[in-house]
Design a protein around this ligand. Structure first.
Ligand code: PMP
Length: 355
């Protein structure tokens, strides 16, 4: 297949069925591998759609500057888009950002602005947003996608990711998707509930995240969760919420790598753990988990025993075989529950985008 530029390789990501890591041998659990997108994560979809909509209505002029707060993957996506389309890209990052992400972004020509003082709650997210505000004042005409509130973020998934799922499945019992900005769970949830009327949407958050209104406490997983409730998290499309603990997600990552050959990022481990829990509760229903990125982003961090131990997770607290993990799946540390409901509708058409 020949493409005119690397951005055209976005999407049409593969879906792989689990073979061994199953509560029952007949269970149908599938994982959509968003790490095969051109910069290695699901954020390519939201980034490209936000940039193209801004180009379309003049908020982003040729050759201008894009400034965004990101703990990782959106920054890689914007760096790639900036390289292909000729924008200057300034990313506001923090010390939790994986080195591989920082190196990727700078290799593609993006500039980094490091926030080094955390907020009172120990997260850096609010500090990063404040810094974006300061940088926007210093760079008149610059565009900030604002992934937390920009409706083009969930819309990217309603318009592009959901049709891929609808093409792959005749029947789907549950969609299991992680949340940070809420972009993919909201966009996929809204569109797939139309296609599969009895679909159960299970959102997955990090235990410690405040995205669904719980109080914030620091956690280890990257990419998933938030220290406040984002505008793009539309819980009306969410039927249940599973708050997965670090040890559950990291254990799942390790077992998936060794027993399924699937090297997923930390949030992908959380999504698969939650999918296994759902499948254990609902025998016979096909379940799709979205794996937002590849474990290649974390090879020298959460896949490294020394690094993990140095960050407060000695490997002997993790489950290392599917047998141990599956026993735990039946009694997760924080059982799934209904979320508090909030949020507006996701736009499912491109027209009237900014009405
Ligand atoms: N996992 C990873 C690795 C991510 O980078 C993100 C986005 N920050 C998410 C999950 C959550 O995706 P969303 O922003 O669409 O809620």
């Amino acid at each position: 297949m020949i493409y005119e530029n690397v951005l055209e390789t976005l999407g049409d990501t593969p879906v792989v069925r689990l073979r061994n890591l199953l509560p029952r041998p007949q269970d149908r659990i599938y994982v959509k591998l968003e790490g095969t997108n051109p910069s290695g994560s699901i954020k390519d979809r939201a980034a490209l759609h936000m940039v193209e909509e801004a180009e379309r209505d003049g908020r982003l002029a040729p050759g201008s500057t894009i400034i965004e707060s990101t703990s990782g993957n959106l920054g890689k996506s914007l760096a790639l888009i900036g390289a292909v389309k000729g924008y200057r890209v300034i990313l506001v990052v923090d010390p939790k950002t994986p080195q591989s992400v920082l190196s990727y972004a700078t290799s593609l020509g993006a500039e980094l602005d490091m926030v080094d003082r955390p907020d009172a709650d120990g997260s850096y997210q609010a500090a990063r947003i404040r810094r974006v505000g300061e940088l926007l004042l210093r760079h008149p005409g610059a565009y900030s996608p604002d992934q937390y509130n920009n409706p083009d973020n969930p819309q990217a998934h309603a318009l592009r990711t959901a049709p891929e799922v609808a093409k792959d499945f005749d029947d789907l019992g549950a969609l299991v998707a992680t949340a940070s900005t809420g972009g993919h769970v909201s966009g996929l949830g809204s569109a797939l509930k139309e296609r599969f009327p009895s679909l159960h949407v299970r959102a997955v958050d990090a235990y410690g995240s405040a995205a669904f209104g719980h109080s914030f406490a620091p956690y280890k997983m990257r990419g998933i969760g938030l220290s406040w409730q984002p505008g793009n998290l539309h819980t009306r499309y969410v039927d249940s919420l599973h708050r997965v603990a670090d040890t559950e997600a990291l254990s799942t990552c390790r077992v998936l790598a060794r027993e399924e050959g699937l090297l997923l990022g930390e949030s992908g481990g959380a999504a698969v753990f939650a999918a296994l829990t759902y499948a254990a509760e609902h025998p016979g229903r096909p379940v799709l988990a979205i794996a937002p990125d590849t474990g290649a982003n974390y090879l020298y961090e959460s896949y490294d025993d020394m690094w993990l131990a140095g960050h407060g997770v000695p490997v002997d607290v993790l489950w290392s075989t599917s047998r141990d993990l599956l026993r735990h799946v039946r009694s997760p540390l924080h059982p799934p529950a209904e979320p508090a409901h909030a949020g507006a509708d996701v736009r499912t058409t491109a027209e009237g985008a900014r009405a």
